[in-house]
Ligand binder design. Structure first.
Ligand code: SF4
Length: 429
């Protein structure tokens, strides 16, 4: 059987033109996906059943027992943390928010350690963004700033920018310019028309210099800014002003470097300056599959995109205080539910030391670095492969993802809903 138009569940591009060949309920071939997507579809060795830590060994338990354990853990905790959510569907994220409210916990998603600062900047100055389709068809200039799509979002270039046909571009490959701004020459820089190499931590200064040049204040610019010559800055600003439609895509190289959200605010303001001369947009290269969806779902349910604390009985948001890394580092939470992410692979050691001291339940199809910190791990269906649902693409477009395999594994939403019902019943007694 060949499943057409499947949606890749790996990165924020959510490529929706994938063909998956299935034989005896196993993926045997994948067409159109990049290497990252193909590997995800082909799958790894999955866990067969829930496991419970028993001293220094693991013991198999039933789904009923595992779900009961997780529900009791959250009910008994005074300040539980519900973290992750970027690797699961919107339907599961909804249940997660209801659970956090029920147990007065803190719910945070992976954007607090990736594009959280970008969201803070957008909350201050707005988001002059557009869909990927608009960029593909109209943009004659694309800037990748602090992002390396060849490694992280391989088909972004072939579907929307460098190698994509454009409805309003006669010869897109020739007519569309690509500029890469980064601290080192990445693979994406190798295929760019212009590479701007800046000194680490110099993004804010370079953005400010470009804004000044766009405003006509070139004579205020020193000979070099963060390692970039004035001539190159003028050349880049001239290319931007001459473009009919420009698009800036920024990654963690801009968001998570010195300046953090101020960098993004400055970049958005540069785009606003450019829009006085031509049409320009800016968007984040969202990494995890449905991380955009976790911000959307949290925002329309709580008013806030991440780091939401229900301990007061109402939604409270203060990034730096109510975000997972800070709560773990301060040893505030006394239990953790992890869904659709692998914090042990990314969080600082201090956070992991606390994670090792508290009860942890993880929902994930595969053993990962966080498994070592778990008391219970519940294997679930792979979101977007054997569970269907809604995910948001990096440009905010919601996409209904298709199921390509039928397995007996319950989805995240099913497991979380069963936990929620048990918790509601216990609280009503
Ligand atoms: Fe999947 Fe991203 Fe590759 Fe597209 S670019 S196939 S969404 S990993």
């Amino acid at each position: 059987m060949i499943v057409k138009d499947a949606v890749c569940p790996f990165c924020g591009c959510l490529c929706d033109d994938i063909e998956v060949e299935v034989e005896e309920n196993r993926v045997v071939a994948v067409t159109n996906a990049c290497e990252l997507g193909t590997t995800k579809f082909m799958g790894e060795k999955r866990m067969k059943n829930p496991i419970l830590r028993d001293g220094d060994r693991w013991k198999d338990i039933t789904y009923d027992e595992a779900i009961r354990y997780a529900a009791d853990m959250l009910l008994e905790a005074e300040r539980p943390l519900l973290y992750g959510w970027s690797g699961t569907h919107g339907e599961a994220q909804c249940v997660g928010v209801h659970m956090a409210e029920l147990v007065r916990g803190v719910i945070d998603n992976t954007s607090s350690v990736c594009h959280g600062p970008s969201i803070l900047a957008i909350q201050e100055v707005g988001h002059p963004g557009c869909t990927l389709g608009v960029v593909k068809n109209r943009a004659d200039l694309v800037i990748y700033w602090g992002s390396n799509p060849i490694d992280a979002h391989p088909r972004h270039l072939s579907r929307y920018t460098r190698y994509a046909e454009g409805f309003f571009l006669e010869n897109a490959f020739r007519d569309r310019k690509v500029i890469v701004v980064d601290i080192r020459k990445t693979e994406t820089a190798n295929i760019a028309d212009e590479f701007v190499q800046i000194k680490p931590g110099g993004d804010y200064a370079v953005l400010s210099a470009l804004r000044a040049i766009v405003q006509g204040k070139t004579d205020t610019i020193p000979r070099t800014v963060a390692g970039v010559t004035r001539e190159q800055l003028v050349r880049v600003a001239t290319l931007c002003k001459a473009a009919k439609f420009g698009a800036v895509y920024f990654g963690l190289g801009l968001t998570m470097t010195q300046g953090k959200y101020k960098n993004i605010r400055n970049a958005i303001e540069l785009v606003s300056e450019l829009s006085r001369h031509t049409k320009f947009t800016i968007s984040a290269m969202r990494g995890h599959y449905n991380v955009y969806g976790s911000n959307e779902v949290n925002t329309w349910m709580t008013g806030y995109p991440f780091g939401i604390d229900y301990s007061r009985g109402i939604a409270f948001y203060n990034p730096g205080e109510t975000t997972a890394v800070d709560i773990l580092a301060r040893k505030e939470c006394d239990a953790a539910l992890i869904v659709g992410s692998d914090p042990a692979a990314h969080f600082p050691r201090k956070c992991l030391e606390h994670l090792a001291d508290i009860p942890v339940v993880q929902l994930d199809p595969y053993p990962n670095a966080t498994t070592a910190f778990c008391n219970v791990q519940i294997p679930v269906a792979v979101t977007g492969i054997d569970a269907e649902g809604t995910a948001y693409r990096m440009d905010g477009v919601p996409i209904r993802t298709r199921k390509v395999l039928s397995t007996d594994y319950p989805s995240d939403r099913e497991v979380l809903s069963r936990m929620y019902i048990l918790m509601q019943e216990a609280l009503e007694r």
